[in-house]
Every structure is written in C-alpha cells, then in structure tokens.
Design a binder for this molecule. Structure first.
Ligand code: G6P
Length: 616
C-alpha cells in the first residue's frame, strides 16, 4: 500500500530510487514519482501509471543529485492523477515529501494552513502534511540547538492523527533526509558510504543486506556521513543493525515469466524451509523456537482465536479444522477487520494467533493490538522478518519462504497451511494424539514438498484446461471440510488476477442458492478427496451435471469417478489429511495463473489491489 524509497550517498539518487521503486511496485502502482535535491531546490518527476512509464517519461529529464526520495502510489485520498502523485512539494518550495499511510485529521489542518497562505495542488492528505511541515519549519528558530529541520518534523508529527511512513527533504539542508514512521513500515539500509530508506527490504537488497527496522514513533535523520535515530519525544535510540538472510536473486524473476509462476514453482523449497528444524528428535511432534510461551502454559489454553485477512484468513479456516480435529481444542476464526469491532466474549485462557504474510496488514495489526489491550497474548505467523506484527507479537513462527512479490499470495499461503498443520500436531501431541499418530503425522508433513513437486507436474494439463475455460465469466469452487477453504482460496485467486467472477462454497451448501447460477455458462471446480465425504461430494457433482454445468474435478488419485461425470479430471496424489489442503491448493493456483496468462492480463499486478494493505 504505497512504497517509499530514499537515497543519500555518492551515486545518482534517481537511478537507485527508480530501481527500488520497481521492486516496491507490488505495494501500489497507480502512479510513481521521484524528487532529488539540486542547487538548493528540488528536481521533480511524477506521473500516473507504472514506474517503467515514469522511467521512459523522465529519460530526457536527467534528475541529477545524490540525495532523493521516490514513491509508488496506491490511491487513497484523491484520484489517480499526476497532481496527486508523490512526492509533494510545499507551496513555499521548502519541503519535499513522500508518504505511505493516511493522515486522518488532514481536513482541519488544511483549513488552518489555508488561513496562513499555504496553497494546494492536489487532493491528497500528504500535501497537507508537507505544508504543515513547511509551516513548522519557518516558525522554528534558525539558531536553535540541533537540526532545525529535524525539530520541525518532530513538532509536525506531534499534531498528526493517522498512520505514516514518510521521508522528507528540505531545500535549505543539502544532503539530508528525515524519515519517520507510525503504523507504516520503514527500513533503513546501511550501505557502503550511503544510506537508503524503504518500505521493504526488497527495494534496497541490491545495495546492502544491513538494515535497521525502525519502530513506530522513531525518526531517523540521515546525512551523507551518518545517521541518528530519535523518538518523537526527542529521546536517543541506539540502532540495532540486522543482516537480511536472503539476497537479490530471491527478489528476481529468473527464467520465469511472472513472479506468481516463480512463487508457485518455488513451493516445494519454500515448504521445506518452513519445516526446517521444526520437528522433535523423536519425530513425533513439532517444535517451535519462538512461541515465547511454555508448554505448560500452552497446555492451559482453552480456546484459540485466529485473526487474519485475505488468503491468510483462508489458511486460518484450515488450521481451525485441523486443531479441532487433532487437538480437540475449540478454535474461532475472525476476519481481523471484524474482530476489532465485534467485542466478542473471551475466555480466561484464550490465546491468539495473528496470521499475515507481510506482517504489515493494518486490520490484522489493529485486531492484534485490541487482543493485547485486553490482556491476551498474541502469537504471529508471519513471513517478513522484522515486520510490525512480528515485532509487536508476544512470540510466533516465521514462515521463511523468502520474499513473495506476486500480489496474489501462493507460497506464503501454502506455508501458512503448513504452519497451521504443525500447530495442530504440536497442540494435539500435548493432549490426546498418540506417539504413533504423531510419527505418522510428521512423516506425512515431511513428504509434502515431494508431493507438491509431483502435483506441479500437472502444469501442462492444467494450462490446457485453462486455455479452454478462460472465456467463461463465472466459476464456482466447491469442496468440503478442509477443502472448503481451498475452494475459497481458488475463487479468490481467480477473481483477483483474472477479474472473472468466482465464488467458493462448501459443496453441499451449493444447493442452497448458488445452484441458481448453474448453466452451461458457469463451470464448477470441485475439490474431491477420498474419505468420508467422497459420496456426498459425488451427489453434489451429479446435481450440477443434471443442470448442464461443466465440471472441472480436482480429485485424489484413488477416487473413482463415474464415467462422464466430470468434464475435466485433474488427479492429485493421495496424502494425509493434514497435507491435503496444501496439495489441493496447487492446481487451483495453476488454474487461475494460466487462465490469467491466456487472457493476457497483468498476473503480478492486478488492477486495484495491493499486496500489503496498510490502510483500514
Ligand atoms: C491483501 C492481499 C492478499 C492478502 C491480504 C493479507 O489483501 O491482496 O493477497 O492475503 O492482503 O495480507 P497479509 O500480508 O496480512 O497476509
């Protein structure tokens, strides 16, 4: 949800910033812009559309300067126009600003600034913040101790309600950037004779692996030679420089056509990384190093609450079923955005899990804070190391799948399914699950990467089906028990990247409404496993067939389907029920991917979406 980049050093800032912005495009791609510091003023280029468009448009404009800031936008306040693109420059030309977040009290501030003679070119909240900083800067005594620019930023931010990750330059302060965060991510890269600021590590990883994860309420002041971190209350902060564990290759597409394709095919490795070192020596249970809660306390939990958004929420629905089935502890799953306002009664020994790939989703973060405010512990299942949710959680599990760049979640989702399955094992083994069932369960999970490898070999068959079905406008995805959340995920994947209307339902529920949609024009994707539900799902398929609906069946290897019932049959390997949702997810990912490719749409950057949603 908007990406920001800043650079200060010896190189041409605009080149480095544009490269960084390209890597942050998954956060928003409505418009992009760069400003550099040149001769006591700013050079500015900004434009609606992608970073590539900005690069082309600015080829003639050299954008010199070794200090600069850049932004890629996901529009909130104000439409997608060149004027609303960032950076914004104050009407007195003193301040240039980029911003990720939402300033909630901008209306009142704007009224005040208008009375002081400030003028506005855009409809954005950011331009208001930028002018408020210009106002405080001109009021700040020139001979004050310390940096007048830094003090003005501090005073400005004290008046702000809402969220921000900002980077600002001042025309009077060559080779200086001030940057701050509250509720939006911000990382400082400490390079060789240079510093970078970014919303995310991927923007700076080509230049340095040394990073400082800034916390809410911290302000970093960069000059060409050093940096200081202080708080809004002017306290000094000693920086902790962390080393990022992955390199630039992980954030590049290699020989794949899209990040989504790469991330789908990376899943065997990603799942191996999620599991690595997380089984007990006797091979009968899972081990988590970072839960920060003793086994005895864990044993006392009488209800688990899972909170998440989007695909992560679907993974919670699977975890719910596995924990209830294997550990016999009740689980509640809530959309994070709803949980916060529902004020549900909570038992004394409840424990929360917040699931978020990015660790920055504001709805999940806000729900997590609400649970913590009530005195509950919240553990995070999260992929991005150092993210806000990871840092504010009381403990948790990192997914370790490397950067996920395609906007549609794939490897992070299956890894969340895996962590959920491992939690069910861990909790189950504390209760009634026997040693031998534990051994069998662990063996099954260890076999998942190979089963995923095998399932990925279905890609050519699924591509062929996708080419033949890409022209349909509506799809149903149907499954039962743990395959119901996979149906929801399949429908979400298809609609988010191909813009085809799709709905996920429990297969039997289909007859209570969605069946009205069935005709030759609305195919159904059935997820079918062997086991107790098999015959019931067959009946649902018959009901569709009787109404001339086309059926694409994703079925476990041993299921025998009546001749002619399904129009297309995709056979996935037989597996343990804890592994099943992961294996069944692979074909629905491939189906939506290849349909989108067939429709020639932008797989990695679907319209209107952003990967990391940092506004409520
Ligand atoms: C956005 C993305 C979804 C994602 C959801 C939650 O809506 O488009 O793909 O599942 O956010 O993201 P998180 O980073 O919290 O898992």
């Amino acid at each position: 949800m908007c990406g920001i980049v800043g650079y200060i050093g010896k190189q041409k800032a605009s080149t480095i910033i544009l490269e960084g912005l390209k890597r942050l495009e998954y956060r928003g791609y409505d418009s992009a812009g760069v400003a550099t510091q040149v001769n006591g003023g700013f050079e500015l280029a900004k434009k609606i559309g992608r970073v590539d468009g900005l690069m082309k448009a600015t080829r003639a404009q050299k954008l010199p300067g070794t200090t600069g800031i850049g932004h890629t936008r996901w529009a909130t306040h104000g439409g997608v126009t060149d004027a609303n693109a960032h950076p914004h420059i104050s009407s007195d030309q003193k301040i240039a600003m980029i911003h990720n977040g939402v300033i909630e009290n901008y209306v009142g501030i704007k009224k005040f600034l208008l009375t002081k003679g400030y003028t506005f070119q855009s409809e954005t909240d950011t331009e208001v913040l930028c002018n408020l900083l210009a106002y405080h800067y001109q009021k700040e005594p020139a001979n004050a101790e310390g940096s007048r620019f830094l003090e003005a930023v501090r005073k400005t931010l004290r008046h702000i309600e809402g969220t921000y990750g900002i980077a600002v330059m001042c025309a009077d302060c060559p080779a200086e950037i001030v940057s701050a965060r509250k509720g939006s991510p911000l990382i400082l890269g400490v390079g060789d004779g240079e510093y970078m600021l970014a919303s995310d590590v991927s923007a700076i990883i080509s230049r340095t692996q040394n990073v400082v994860y800034l916390k809410d309420g911290e302000i970093v002041h960069l000059t060409a030679k050093n940096f200081t971190i202080t708080t809004l209350e002017s306290e000094d902060v000693s920086p902790v420089i962390d080393k990022v564990s992955w390199t630039i290759e992980a954030a590049e597409m290699g020989s794949y056509a899209h990040f989504m394709e790469k991330e789908i095919f990376e899943q065997p490795l990603a799942l191996e990384n999620t599991m690595r070192g997380r089984f007990s020596e006797d091979g009968s249970t899972a081990v988590f190093g970072g839960l920060n809660i003793s086994a005895i306390d864990f044993r006392q939990v009488d209800r688990f609450h899972f909170i998440a958004c989007g695909s992560a929420w679907h993974s919670c629905l699977v975890a719910e079923q596995l924990i209830e089935r294997f550990a016999r502890v009740p689980v509640e799953v809530d959309y994070a955005s709803e949980f916060r306002y529902r004020n549900i009664p909570l038992s004394k020994n409840a424990l929360f899990f917040a699931i978020s790939q990015s660790g920055e989703t504001i709805d999940t973060l806000a729900a997590m804070r609400e649970a913590q405010r009530k005195g509950y512990k919240v553990l995070a299942i999260n992929n991005v190391v150092g993210s806000t949710i990871a840092r504010e959680a009381d403990g948790g599990v990192y997914q370790h799948v490397g950067p996920e760049i395609g906007v549609a979640s794939t490897k992070a989702f299956t890894s969340q399914l895996l962590v959920g399955a491992m939690l069910a094992l861990y909790i189950g083994r504390m209760r009634d699950m026997s040693f031998s069932s534990g051994i069998e369960y662990v063996k099954a999970l260890k076999g998942v990467p190979d089963l995923v490898r095998e399932t990925l070999k279905l890609a050519p068959q699924i591509k062929d089906i996708a080419n033949r079905y890409a022209h349909y406008h509506d799809f149903l995805f149907l499954g039962r028990l743990t395959l119901f959340p996979v149906a929801l995920e399949g429908a979400l994947k298809l609609k988010e990247i191909s813009y085809i209307h799709a709905e996920g339902y429990p297969a039997a529920e289909m007859k209570h409404g969605p069946i009205a949609l069935i005709s030759e024009q609305c195919p159904s994707v059935f997820l079918v496993s062997s086991g107790e539900m098999f015959n019931k799902v067959l009946s649902s398929m018959q009901e569709i067939k009787a109404r001339k609906g086309k059926i694409i069946a994703i079925v476990s290897a041993n299921c025998e389907l009546p001749e002619g019932l399904a129009d297309e049959v995709i056979r996935i390997p037989e597996c343990h029920e804890a592994a099943l949702p992961i294996i069944a997810t692979i074909p629905v990912q491939l189906l939506s991917y290849y349909i989108t490719v067939a429709l020639k749409l932008d797989v990695d950057k679907p319209r209107n979406l952003a990967k990391s949603v940092t506004v409520e």
